[in-house]
Design a protein around this ligand. Structure first.
Ligand SMILES: Cc1ncc(COP(=O)(O)O)c(C=O)c1O
Length: 462
């Protein structure tokens, strides 16, 4: 067996001359909060990126299968995004919303043009957590209700509001954060009580939301929030019809429906621009971050004029939200997605990878499930297909093996037993095939075969 070879690239990385990874690690250990965790047994230091590839301090190249952390939507240092940032950086780096600036207004218009229905009013913030906090505030101010329904297995951020909505014990600290938040059954077709063959599964999972409204709230709720595909929770794709039924229950109880598109938005699902569209619904509020800015601190809450108006009841302000540089970058991201047909690419290559993963599932017993949409894919590892006992250590090992072969991946699920693949949407067919080859080799290695022999690299730098 030989090592899969990364597809060639014409990009020549600069020689790295900064501090070594060991030196940086020592600095982090001394000066950076230990809660900020690192991936990999031997931490990786990335010093350059170009489109779907990144380079470490030794010059080794990787396919970025996690796209930063689902943040690099159109490609690392995409020239159009870099140029938009450069131009604005050289003109006016910062101006707050107390003054007019064309970038914020024009970007809002462009983003609104991508939204269905009455979702036409934007509020820009800096992170997904902030966006969800603001969406919750709007829902409560608009409805006059307090209780909110979220889903188990969700992740909505690390601030108090986000932590309250999140439902993984691993992400929740012992501080008051979940007052008024109720968590419904995760509509997980692999692990939940209603499986993929149950045509009524969507309706049945949605009934649990109704149960929470009836038994855990005053009968009236501020809203419901869900990721359109659960990302951190291990790429959980809801059964068809789920959101449609939930939205009916929630609206009947006076609530608004919030879609967290932080990971699934911007064409990543392939078939649609927004993840919620795969469920045939239109939310009342949509939150977005990560891929919206291709890695820059940009996030947004988009809603209807009626709901947006509630913020005028008091003073509300965000110092950096809508900064002219990030708005220029956000607009450039939308232009690249359109021009380079990245949604279509997500669909085509996502299907190719998923088909390949199905074949690997047939080959390796440890793969319990493969799933996802477009370029948001998950591979769940289990010790036993009957008990579905999570294969946490094995998952970590496969990810280590892949790293050695030049493929970076993410982890998800409560037990960390789901491998996540969410690369920049500009990957090529050769990258998709490389990913599958590496996977195959990584699982063979896990089964005890020796690591593959290195083959002389064909690429300019690997
Ligand atoms: C679905 C979802 N919502 C919200 C967040 C929080 O975003 P941020 O880390 O930008 O605050 C994340 C981050 O991973 C996320 O995946």
């Amino acid at each position: 067996m030989t090592t899969p070879t990364l597809p060639a690239t014409s990009h020549q990385p600069k020689a790295y001359s900064g501090p070594s990874a060991d030196q940086v690690l020592a600095l982090r250990k001394q000066f950076v909060n230990p809660g900020i965790f690192l991936y990999y047994k031997k931490p990786l230091m990335l010093v350059e990126g170009k489109m779907q590839y990144v380079w470490d301090d030794t010059g080794k190249r990787y396919l970025d299968g996690l796209g930063g952390i689902v943040t690099i939507s159109v490609g690392h240092c995409h020239p159009h995004v870099v140029e938009a940032a450069r131009k604005q950086n050289e003109t006016l780096q910062h101006s707050t919303t107390i003054y007019l600036h064309p970038n914020l207004a024009e970007y809002a218009q462009k983003l609104a043009s991508k939204m269905p229905g009455d979702l036409k009013v934007c509020y820009f913030v800096n992170s997904g957590s902030e966006a969800n906090d603001l969406a919750l505030l709007m829902a409560r101010a608009y409805t006059g209700n307090y209780d909110v329904i979220a889903l188990r297995n969700s992740y909505h951020g690390g601030n108090v509001a986000g932590m309250g909505l999140t439902a993984h014990s691993t992400w929740k600290f012992n501080v008051p954060h979940s007052f008024g938040a109720h968590h419904a059954l995760a509509p997980d077709p692999y692990r939940g009580p209603y499986g993929r063959n149950d045509a009524e599964a969507g309706k049945k999972y949605a009934a649990d939301v109704k149960q929470l409204i009836d038994f855990a709230s005053p009968g009236q709720v501020a809203g419901f929030i869900a990721e359109s595909i659960q990302g951190v929770g291990g790429v959980i794709v809801f059964p068809d019809g789920y959101l449609k039924h939930v939205y009916e229950h929630v609206r009947a109880a006076g609530g608004v429906c919030i879609a967290d598109e932080v990971q699934a938005g911007f064409g990543r699902t392939g078939t649609h621009f927004w993840g919620f569209e795969t469920q045939g619904v239109i939310p009342d509020i949509v939150t977005m971050a990560k891929g919206i800015g291709n890695g820059c601190p940009l996030a947004a809450v988009v809603t209807t004029p009626q709901i947006a108006a509630v913020l005028s009841k008091k003073i509300h302000f965000n110092t950096f939200g809508g900064n002219p540089v990030v708005c220029a970058m956000g607009k450039a991201v939308l232009e690249v997605i359109e021009r380079e047909k990245l949604q279509e690419n997500s669909l085509k290559l996502g299907q190719r990878v998923l088909t390949g993963l199905e074949k690997l599932k047939a080959k390796y017993e440890i793969i319990g499930d493969v799933r996802g949409k477009g370029l948001m894919l998950g591979i769940e590892l289990v010790k036993d297909r009957a008990t579905k006992e999570p294969a946490k250590a094995e998952c970590a090992q496969v990810i280590e093996n892949c790293r050695e072969m030049g493929l970076l991946l993410g982890k998800g699920g409560l037990s960390g037993s789901v491998i996540r693949f969410a690369p920049p949407m500009c990957i090529t067919q050769a990258d998709a095939d490389f990913m599958l080859e590496v996977f195959d080799a990584a699982f063979r290695q896990l089964e005890g075969e020796k690591p593959p022999k290195a083959r002389p690299a064909l690429a300019i730098s690997s």
